[in-house]
Design a protein around this ligand. Structure first.
Ligand SMILES: CC(C)(COP(=O)(O)OP(=O)(O)OC[C@H]1O[C@@H](n2cnc3c(N)ncnc32)[C@H](O)[C@@H]1OP(=O)(O)O)[C@@H](O)C(=O)NCCC(=O)NCCS
Length: 317
């Protein structure tokens, strides 16, 4: 007789019943256990992010697993093979909070409670550390997070530019120069209050990924902004970009873009940066999708977004 009863035996990783879509039966409590993600899981993790058409490169997964902690769920697919079906990563920032990142479920395993199960696992881990959780939600993820008690704060949008020449630069602009090793204290002084915690290890790691896109703006002998870029699976990404004024923001973005004008590029622009948002179409950018910064266990998002122009990316903050 076909064994289709849901509660016949305990569910294990790779449980064959995960092949069938039974969203109301296989809920988060019954999902196979989460297991730690390690560097050797990166090829399988890349399949997860690529299946969602996300832009992460193997270097991104490795960096996040080095700076934080990840968990996954293994399950058996329609082809009878066991694989990594779902992921989550937490990235601790400072002492008070952590980023919840890479909440991904392979399409054939969706609506079975796997995202909910991993999210609960991550939240319990963070609660044990006394940290609240922050994340940047896609519209699909938003539905999952609201149910777990996350609340909305501010928002931003992803824009994409295809390879091609940039329009002519304005004749005069703020003073910019390539980032130098001795700039890090000034970058930290600008970035930490805006982001809400120090993230120097992450920033230094990003700066190595695309050094020609790393620039600093100076005004009156002080840092007035900085920008970093990085390689991706199918496009470069420019961000984070912080600046004390709109002209500096535009000049920094232009300098970083010049380094990657021959490839597609993503930027994650905060909605309150209206001057730059109005300029993006004339630079060849098209809106791609919205994101919402959400928090769990706190009243507001950490930091002060006034000077944040481009987020590092939804997976990093
Ligand atoms: C978003 C995502 C992680 C959800 O994974 P999942 O395992 O299917 O989610 P769950 O089964 O745990 O969903 C729990 C509940 O959230 C809600 N939910 C999940 N996905 C939803 C969607 N696409 N639309 C509306 N509600 C949704 C439902 O209420 C669901 O319960 P139900 O199935 O009983 O109705 C998955 O669709 C995915 O990987 N998407 C692409 C990547 C992405 O956007 N990740 C989120 C990053 S912020």
């Amino acid at each position: 007789m076909a064994s289709t009863e849901p509660d016949e035996e305990p569910r294990l990783p790779g449980d064959a019943r995960l092949r069938r879509p039974e969203p109301s039966v296989l809920r988060a409590e019954a999902a196979p256990p989460a297991r730690p993600l390690r560097a050797e899981d990166v090829p399988a993790a890349l399949q997860l992010s690529a299946a969602a058409q996300w832009n992460q490169h193997a270097d991104d997964w490795l960096c996040m697993l080095r700076l934080g902690q990840g968990w996954g769920i293994d399950a058996v697919g329609d082809d009878g093979r066991q694989r990594l079906a779902a992921s989550v990563i937490v990235l601790p920032y400072g002492r008070d909070f952590a980023w919840v990142s890479m909440v991904l479920v392979l399409p054939e395993f969706r609506r079975r409670g796997l995202a909910q199960a991993l999210l609960r696992h991550a939240l319990a881990h963070l609660q044990g550390q006394g940290r609240f959780a922050v994340l940047d939600a896609t519209p699909a993820g938003h539905a999952v997070y609201v149910q777990e008690g996350f609340v909305d704060t501010w928002s931003f949008a992803r824009h994409r530019r295809e390879a091609g020449p940039l329009p002519a630069a304005p004749p005069a602009g703020p003073s910019l120069r390539p980032l130098r090793e001795d700039d890090w204290p000034a970058i930290e002084a600008l970035d930490a209050p805006a982001f809400g915690a120090s993230r120097l290890s992450l920033l230094r790691s990003l700066a190595q990924r695309l050094p020609q896109a790393a620039w600093v703006a100076e005004q009156g002998g002080r840092a007035a902004g900085y920008v970093l870029g990085r390689n991706g699976r199918e496009a470069a990404q420019i961000g984070p970009l912080l600046a004390t004024n709109a002209a500096t923001a535009q000049a920094l973005l232009r300098a970083a873009l010049a380094a990657v004008a021959d490839q597609p590029v993503y930027v994650d622009l905060l909605d309150h940066q209206q001057a730059l948002r109005a300029a993006l179409p004339s630079w060849g950018f098209a809106f791609q999708r919205p994101f919402t910064r959400m928090v769990h266990g706190a009243a507001a998002a950490p930091g002060d977004p006034t000077r944040i122009v481009l987020a590092a990316g939804p997976e990093l903050g």
